[in-house]
Write a protein that binds this ligand. Structure first.
Ligand code: SAM
Length: 318
């Protein structure tokens, strides 16, 4: 059916994200020793502005995530929604900053692929086994559940189904919990994503939600971005051309979150430490600064907080 085709196209976007991250790391933008096990080839060259954009994206999300782990002293959970082939679990393990439990949710088909990579590659499976105590490690074709890492196949648009699986694998609604969605909500209708963030705010008393996605799509540049995605038959139910930083914030403020911040990625880029900017701008020559600006003004990072325990997570920012 059309909706199967659209979902299939959405699933394919997880390769895009990993391929771009793999390329940028091969150029030295940042270090990720694990992504090579999910994407073998470095792939064709990506434009410098794309690589810089990915740097800002990864830096931005990691900065907020690390701040949450620090505030909660890792006595918390992380739930990555639409995680794709994300490698954050291995980074946190290597840095010794794992939360109590790290959850990921994606379509069952993507989860099966990710689990296959983990099962067959010791650099991926070893850290997982090292963080597991009992002999009850669950690692079949469709599920992974260990003490510290759990991957769930579910549809983010089916909240009862997803919640049932999270509870089956012992999510603790009493623990401070961080939700991360990186280029995911854009593939759902505004109603579906509102329900998801509403569910998160009402199921966990102390929580933070980091959302990274497209914004300000009404101009010519935004139209071209949308056309590119449409050409691939992606279901872009969540692309609202009127979506601004304010409407990003409104989605959270109207669903039970206490405080919300949002920045476009050009602002995040400008706030990078000067030494980071100098370093990455030396990696590849970029003639047209305006191209970078235009691109980054069309992406945003938004973070919402509900701090019932008064842990101070509402102070987290750049
Ligand atoms: N977050 C990862 C990253 O940034 O590297 C992957 C981003 S990729 C653009 C979008 C991911 O969201 C895909 O892996 C896709 O399968 C997942 N996704 C989109 N809609 C979903 C849904 N309704 N249920 C579960 N996963 C979904």
């Amino acid at each position: 059916t059309d909706s199967d085709t659209a979902d299939e196209a959405v699933r394919a976007t997880c390769d895009d994200a990993s391929i771009c991250k793999r390329f940028a790391t091969s150029k030295g933008y940042w270090n990720d020793p694990y992504i090579q096990y999910f994407v073998r080839q470095t792939g064709e060259r990506k434009a410098p502005e794309i690589n810089r954009g990915y740097y800002a994206r990864v830096h931005g999300v990691n900065h907020l995530l690390d701040a949450f782990l620090k505030k909660t002293q890792c006595d918390c959970q992380v739930v990555n929604l639409g995680a794709g082939l994300d490698t954050t679990f291995w980074r946190l393990k290597a840095e010794n900053t794992l939360p109590k439990k790290y959850f990921e949710v994606d379509f069952p088909m993507i989860v099966a692929r990710k689990i296959h990579h983990i099962k067959t590659k010791p650099p991926l499976s070893k850290p997982l086994i090292e963080t597991h105590s009992a002999d009850s490690l669950l690692l079949d074709g469709h599920n992974l559940d260990s003490d510290r890492y759990c991957i769930i196949g579910a549809d983010l648009r089916d909240l009862p189904g997803m919640e049932e699986k999270l509870r089956k694998f012992h999510i603790n609604t009493e623990l401070p919990t961080l939700f991360v969605s990186e280029c995911v909500l854009v593939y759902m209708t505004p109603e579906q994503s509102s329900k998801l963030v509403h569910w998160a705010a009402h199921t966990f008393h102390t929580a933070m939600f980091i959302n990274y996605e497209q914004v300000n799509m009404a101009d010519r540049f935004g139209q071209v971005m949308i056309e590119n995605l449409q050409r691939r038959q992606c279901n872009l139910a969540g692309v609202d051309v009127c979506q601004s930083l304010d409407s990003q914030k409104e989605r959270f403020l109207s669903t039970g979150w206490e405080s919300v911040n949002a920045l476009d990625m050009m602002a995040v880029y400008s706030l990078l430490p000067q030494e980071d900017i100098s370093r990455i701008e030396r990696l590849e020559f970029l003639d047209e600064k305006e191209l970078l600006q235009q691109l980054l003004q069309h992406y945003s990072i938004c973070w919402a907080v509900k701090d019932t325990l008064n842990l101070g997570i509402s102070q987290i920012g750049f």
